[in-house]
Design a protein around this ligand. Structure first.
Ligand SMILES: [Cu+2]
Length: 289
């Protein structure tokens, strides 16, 4: 991956910010590209920090057990860092830049998800569709990282995969929204990462119930029939819901039921219909643009 210091579109204007954020990213997108491996695989990773960048960056994979002073060390502009690790523990994990001040590198967009597919499929039925959702607190003043920590008023919005109300045409009718889709009776799997700086996320599917929640994405930690599950900061979890078999549903709203976050943009609409786009929720389209 390449650390990029570049503007990214956020829809921040909806909540009193600019339309773009002076972001720092992995490979130019928020979140960075999902990394998908099987349990036991060796991840071979290189972080490139181009000479034109002004800041050091670093990579911290939560799925790795390594030396923070070596593999996760800061990489100066013009340098790169290569390391490998074995993905021993299955589940869904955050990755993020760990360069100092870390609060600012995460708040500016340097994070993503690594999915370590479990070997043991007991308690882990095959999903018909899969989506990645990463939530982040949006701070229009990206320079003032002290305020990110200490001033609640600095927090203006909640980004889902890098945008306010990214997949919600109900609350933001003017936006260009690509809603999540599934067919009636399908098992939809959500890989969810809480990339907030300070706040947990109370993830709830309005008009549905989580069929299963896999704590940390590991099927050894399966909960059944859950209305809301709290995801700590820097935690990730996998959520399954099954759409009703006998009817179409115009919108299951996957929300952070902490209303201050929902109304700042943490609402995602899943539509269940017979003619759902067959490509959505598969392959590259586990993250919708
Ligand atoms: Cu960074």
């Amino acid at each position: 991956m390449t650390a990029m210091e570049t503007d990214v579109q956020t829809n921040g204007k909806l909540v009193g910010g600019a339309d773009t954020m002076a972001a720092w990213t992995f490979d130019g997108s928020i979140p960075g590209k999902p990394v998908r491996v099987d349990e036991g695989d060796t991840v071979d990773f290189t972080l490139v920090n181009p000479a034109e960048n002004k800041n050091s960056h670093a990579m911290d994979f939560h799925a790795a057990q390594v030396n923070v002073l070596d593999e996760f060390a800061e990489v100066k502009p013009g340098q790169s860092k290569h390391f490998t690790f074995e993905a021993k523990v299955p589940g869904v994990f955050m990755y993020h830049c760990g360069a100092s001040p870390m609060v600012q590198h995460i708040a500016r967009g340097m994070y993503g998800v690594i999915i370590v597919e479990p070997k043991d499929k007991k308690n882990y039925p095959k999903a018909d569709r899969e989506y990645v959702l990463v939530q982040q607190q949006y701070f229009p003043d990206v320079e003032n990282y002290g305020a990110m920590l200490n001033d609640p008023a600095a927090w203006k919005g909640s980004l889902i995969n890098g945008k306010v109300l990214h997949y919600d045409p109900v609350h933001d009718p003017k936006g260009d929204h690509d809603v999540l889709e599934a067919k009636p009776g399908e098992r939809v799997r959500i890989y969810f990462v809480n990339a907030n700086i300070n706040l947990p996320v109370a993830l709830h599917p309005i008009a549905s119930i989580w069929d299963r929640v896999y704590i940390n994405g590991n099927p050894k930690n399966t909960l059944y029939g859950i209305q809301t599950y709290n995801v700590a900061v820097a935690e990730a979890a996998t959520f399954d819901l099954v759409t009703p078999k006998d009817k179409e549903v115009a919108g299951i709203a996957i929300v952070d039921h902490s209303m201050n976050a929902a109304l700042r943009g943490a609402i995602t609409i899943l539509v269940s219909k017979k003619d759902a786009d067959p490509k959505k929720g598969k392959g590259e389209m586990i993250i919708l643009k």
